[in-house]
Design a protein around this ligand. Structure first.
Ligand code: BGC
Length: 416
């Protein structure tokens, strides 16, 4: 074979293999970049590989997904959307309204999604009666993660009310520990705020302020009290909290530098990834004052409209893998969340997972299940971002509690 022929042959072989790979690939945009999250991504990548679908990774760090959504917008504007995107609540609805999402009705009907996905999730997975996203989990934000050895050393029992929680934080601080592990990033401040609003005012107040955006509730004395509690918490973080990533805050509890972290149950993924066991080295309980309620968010995969038939086939394969009962167990054991299907047994889950599953079902049945504002399930992204700005400005001392509540009213009004 002449040199030219050899070159042509190898170019053809490369082209062939590229086509073969491209035929079975999904490019996935997500914000799962911590140790526990990466382990969870690994289970999805493996499940897809088992079905012959390759994975092109597009990670964009930042909890709550605001940064990922900015990158997504840029990609779509440039005419190059990723095939599959991790998405939360109202963002799914926005993209569906723009007509950008693929219709998953055939697969959903074939696999009976409507019978096993709870209504609170379907409200976001469907748009105009069509399935536009496949939910992989349910997280909730009103959790405390605690170092049990430190609790024992300090003689702290699990707090059952706000005063008890503050007393425990005080005991840790007095003993020279960081009482509350926290990272000063807007979405983390907002994650804590979910629980302060619920803890102060209960379900009705959460609904009125975070979901209905009633200006009276937003500017009320109860909202001032929620901000007061944020100030109390601010007094228990360490000097280096500003800008710290959430998983580094989890590591402080894991390593025994800090007593508590208030964070969604993706934090459990970090403890598990560090080889720790719920009920042993760490424990979990609902943020005191929010017991009986659940503020949730569900990670869903939305598929962007693509014309290429092989890419569409890969999307269907991915949605199918995400919804498989076995996969929902494997994934959620690692991720720290609970399954997005109601037909999954809880026996393989640890103490926190079993509590999470039972409480989710109870809250859904009892009308105390609410979308997390911090994680895009209470209101639309522009209102959410307006709330983030006020919450963070207050946490950093720019506003006192009264001013913050007043600013919240104005910011929400402008963003609506
Ligand atoms: C997502 C979780 C993720 C967390 C931190 C949340 O918005 O729902 O899956 O682990 O952010 O990155």
């Amino acid at each position: 074979m002449t040199m030219m022929k050899k070159l042509q042959a190898s170019a053809a072989a490369i082209a062939l293999s590229t086509t073969a790979v491209a035929a079975q690939e999904v490019e996935v945009l997500h914000w799962w970049t911590s140790g526990g999250e990466a382990a969870a991504v690994g289970t999805l990548r493996d499940a897809l590989a088992g079905g012959g679908v390759g994975w092109v990774d597009m990670p964009v760090a930042g909890g709550g997904g605001s940064d990922a959504m900015t990158v997504l917008r840029a990609r779509v504007t440039a005419g190059d959307p990723p095939t599959a995107v991790q998405m939360l609540g109202f963002s799914i609805q926005d993209w569906a309204a723009e007509g950008s999402l693929a219709n998953l009705n055939d697969l959903a009907a074939e696999q009976g999604w409507a019978d096993v996905v709870p209504d609170a999730l379907q409200r976001f997975s469907t748009y105009d009666g069509n399935w536009v996203a496949a939910p992989v989990n349910v997280h909730s934000t009103n959790w405390v993660w605690a170092n049990t050895a430190l609790m024992a050393e300090l003689g702290i029992d699990q707090p059952t009310d706000w005063d008890g929680f503050v007393a425990a934080l005080q005991a840790a601080q007095d003993a020279g520990y960081t009482a509350l592990a926290h990272g000063g990033q807007a979405w983390q401040d907002a994650t804590i705020f979910d629980s302060m609003v619920m803890g102060v005012g209960g379900p009705e107040f959460y609904q009125a302020s975070m979901v209905d955006l009633d200006p009276e509730a937003l500017g009320s004395d109860m909202m001032v009290e929620a901000f007061n509690r944020m100030e109390t918490l601010r007094g228990f973080v360490d000097d280096n909290f500003s800008g710290r990533d959430w998983n580094l805050a989890s590591a402080m509890v894991i390593n025994g530098e800090a007593l508590f972290q208030i964070m969604g149950d993706w934090a459990k993924g970090e403890f598990v990834n560090a080889g720790q066991t719920a009920g042993d080295e760490f424990t979990c309980f609902r943020v005191p004052g929010t017991e009986g309620t659940v503020t949730f968010n569900s990670d869903q995969f939305a598929m962007f409209n693509v014309t290429d038939a092989s890419a569409q086939a890969a999307q269907t394969e991915m949605a199918s893998a995400v919804m498989s009962p076995e996969f929902q167990i494997t994934f959620n054991l690692v991720k720290g969340s609970v399954p997005a299907r109601t037909d999954i047994p809880s026996d393989q889950f640890d103490m926190c997972g079993q509590m999470g599953m039972a409480q989710l079902a109870e809250a859904a049945a009892g009308g105390t299940l609410f979308g997390s504002m911090a994680h895009g399930h209470a209101n639309n992204p522009s209102v959410q971002n307006a709330m983030y700005d006020v919450i963070t400005a207050h946490f950093n001392g720019e506003y006192d509690a009264e001013t913050a509540a007043a600013e919240l009213v104005t910011a929400v009004e402008l963003a609506m």
